[in-house]
Design a protein around this ligand. Structure first.
Ligand SMILES: [Zn+2]
Ligand SMILES: [Zn+2]
Length: 395
């Protein structure tokens, strides 16, 4: 291990207790999307105390950025923290640990840069509302990543991998407009919007046979009409569409659009539908960065889950996906010490608050700090990362 990486790890170990207290303070007071006031306060106070230049309420009320180093002195690395919780079940996605390891990585990188007088800029970025709120989309739209070279974070999960398959996801809201009429008296005068909804549902179900194994389409009829004796004049459906890349998701959107239009055509209804503009992209893992992360984590003794055992474990969707389409990035998943424990369960909430999660979490903070150090100190690495990034966007 290089002296710089050593310095980063020593610094993180020095603050083991403080870092644990930080994630405990967030875990004990779970806060929902865009309301993470306590987390925002404890994280910004901590980073300020440790010498970062902190901008509170950055872009969003509960977002922040904490900066160390000068513009143009070297690569600009952003380490992202999440800290929102889920309704009723608290920190069942372990975002308190994401915040902890992000801050840990920040402390480590800062100490290493300072000790060796190495140039480079570091931002610890507080990103609220991952759970459905898409806080990172607002930060992207406000140009928060404009001068950032790479972005990294790590997420608790049942497995350990630097190559998670986080699917691109988009919501589709559908309305069918028909014509009301007495369903027994003059049914021939009506145009049945429920028939359109049922056909739409069935068209999509038929399509499923020709979908790729990792595509997902799932929906509900949220409004099926008012009363049996009225031919329904309005029905509504809500669908989620998911695919491994944004490009494949576009193909899927096209196919689902045809299912909707066909249902309208067959029934004489008109269809009104849109794909929500706040969808999440897939995580476009930068392989050069991910491989560096794996090497660093393995040097700390981290064991990665064999690829054949990953099926179904590293799935889901995240707004970090959108970030990886703006700057090169990674979103590794890591194990928190409780076997067969799945995200968004009460068992996972307990795991995220338990002492067992701590060593695994600090290892991730160290591995991310070490990967940032690779970027600061390897002259060609950033241009190679950018080359890969540009090629990915082209395809
Ligand atoms: Zn999560
Ligand atoms: Zn989650």
């Amino acid at each position: 291990m290089t002296a710089m990486k050593e310095a980063a790890c020593v610094e993180i170990e020095k603050y083991t207790d403080d870092l644990n207290k930080l994630s405990q303070a967030i875990w004990e007071r779970p806060e929902l999307n865009f309301k993470e006031e306590n987390a925002h306060t404890v994280l910004t106070d901590f980073l300020e105390k440790h010498g970062f230049e902190v901008e509170r309420n950055y872009v969003l009320d509960t977002a922040f950025r904490a900066v160390f180093g000068k513009d143009g002195s070297g690569p600009h690395v952003a380490i992202l923290c999440e800290y929102d919780a889920l309704p009723e079940i608290g920190h069942a996605c372990g975002h308190n640990l994401i915040a902890e390891l992000g801050v840990a990585a920040g402390l480590g990188v800062k100490a290493a840069l300072e000790a060796t007088r190495t140039g480079g800029k570091l931002t610890v970025l507080g990103t609220p509302a991952e759970e459905g709120g898409g806080g990172k989309l607002d930060l992207i739209n406000a140009n928060a990543f404009e001068d950032v070279d790479i972005a990294m974070m790590a997420h608790p999960s049942p497995c350990v991998t630097a190559f998670p398959s986080c699917l691109a996801v988009v919501t589709c809201n559908i309305k069918f407009h028909g014509k009301a009429s007495h369903a027994a008296g003059f049914p021939w005068k009506g145009i049945n919007a429920l028939d359109a909804a049922v056909l739409c549902y069935q068209n999509i179900s038929c399509l499923r046979q020709q979908m790729k194994p990792d595509w997902r389409v799932h929906g509900i009829i949220s409004n099926g009409g008012a009363k049996p004796n009225i031919i329904p004049e309005l029905t509504e459906l809500e669908y989620y569409l998911r695919a491994p890349t944004d490009a494949e998701l576009n193909v899927l959107k096209e196919k689902v659009s045809k299912c909707i239009e066909a249902a309208a055509s067959a029934t004489g209804c008109t269809a009104e539908f849109e794909f929500d503009g706040r969808g999440y992209s897939n995580v476009a893992t930068n392989k050069i960065l991910a491989n560096a992360f794996v090497a660093n984590a393995e040097s700390l003794g981290v064991e990665f889950t064999p690829p054949e055992q990953l099926a179904g474990l590293a799935m889901g969707s995240t707004d970090m996906g959108n970030v990886t389409y703006v700057v090169p990035g990674i979103h590794p998943m890591y194990y928190v010490g409780v076997k067969d424990c799945l995200n968004h369960t009460r068992e996972f909430t307990a795991a995220a608050g338990s002492p067992e999660a701590q060593p695994y979490t600090l290892d991730m903070g160290k591995a991310i700090a070490m990967t940032a150090i690779d970027v600061y100190t390897s002259p060609d690495m950033l241009s190679e990362i950018n080359e890969e990034f540009k090629n990915y966007l082209k395809n």
